[in-house]
Ligand binder design. Structure first.
Ligand SMILES: *[C@@H]1O[C@H](CO)[C@@H](O)[C@H](O)[C@H]1NC(C)=O
Ligand SMILES: *[C@@H]1O[C@H](CO)[C@@H](O)[C@H](O)[C@H]1NC(C)=O
Length: 271
């Protein structure tokens, strides 16, 4: 308890510190990301600022040297430039088109002879977000009990590509050998779409509705999810007639009569 108190007081009274580390949680592989370290020295003198990606130094700022900024191009990151002033230091990096997570650290140090340092680290993941929800094709509005339907759900382009999950009601549908998530060829930046079919056997119940949901999940931390739902209406012949009869008694709902007639015609044709 005492130690914590002393440490807290030390931290609060320490004159130099990193006030804010701006590292985006996600970086788009198609654009450069700017990482900014804000700091204050108060009565201390700044010796240097260093940016690291994981353990590798990518930028060093020494205000007393010429040139004051030096960039280090380490494998796995393309360092594009940097700009530093008395209270902030920015590094611009081009994320490589692989879905990877990296730790970026900003480290400031005071002038000798003490060379005290302060540092902060934040994680950044290379992710190209899908711009739209997944799309389900092959879904008839009305289905008959016992009918077999093949649905196809495809996601938007993303990096990493999305895993497709199907749900009937709230039940996750297991991936079968022949209906796994498939990937398209990569676009610029490594983005791909993915798709997965669902073979649906409509239950043999008299009536009701089936809610089918397709989820596109990017396997990143924290997770990115997008989904689309459709409702398949089950129509049985007996239900059609009972609805029609029930409505003729009182006030005729023309829309319903029109719709049910169409369903009836469709069923007669398909039978
Ligand atoms: C780092 O390497 C990339 C490609 O290898 C190059 O485009 C970029 O200009 C280099 N940056 C520096 C600061 O040398
Ligand atoms: C599912 O949709 C995707 C994307 O539109 C398409 O490339 C694929 O061939 C379709 N699969 C089937 C089995 O229809």
């Amino acid at each position: 308890m005492k130690i914590f108190t002393i440490l807290t007081i030390l931290a609060l009274t320490s004159a130099y510190k990193i006030t804010q580390l701006k590292v985006p949680l996600y970086a788009d592989p198609r654009r450069a990301a700017e990482l900014i370290c804000d700091f204050q020295m108060n009565d201390e003198t700044l010796h240097s600022v260093k940016w690291y990606r994981d353990m590798h130094e990518i930028l060093r700022y020494n205000p007393s040297q010429k040139p004051s900024i030096r960039l280090f191009n380490v494998t796995g990151i393309n360092v594009q430039g940097g700009e530093c002033q008395a209270e902030w230091c920015m590094v611009r990096v081009m994320p490589l088109p692989f879905a990877v997570r990296a730790a970026f650290t900003c480290e400031i140090s005071t002038e000798g002879p003490r060379f005290q340092i302060a540092r902060q680290t934040k994680q950044m993941t290379v992710v190209a977000m899908p711009e739209r929800d997944p799309v389900i094709i092959g879904a008839p509005k009305l289905v008959r009990p016992g009918e077999h339907v093949l649905l196809n759900c495809s996601s938007d382009f993303s990096l990493p590509p999305a895993d497709i999950n199907w749900y009937i009601g709230n039940e996750n549908q297991k991936q079968e050998q022949w209906q796994r998530t498939e990937l398209s060829l990569p676009q610029a930046g490594g983005l791909r779409t993915s798709w997965r079919v669902l073979h649906l056997a409509v239950p043999t119940v008299e009536s009701g509705a089936l809610r089918v949901r397709c989820e596109a999940a990017l396997p990143v931390e924290p997770p990115v999810l997008r989904d689309t739902s459709i409702v398949l209406t089950l129509y049985s012949r007996t239900q059609l007639f009972s609805k029609y009869v029930a409505n003729t008694g009182a006030r005729i709902d023309f829309q319903l009569v029109w719709a049910t007639m169409w369903v009836y015609v469709l069923i007669v044709i398909t039978l």
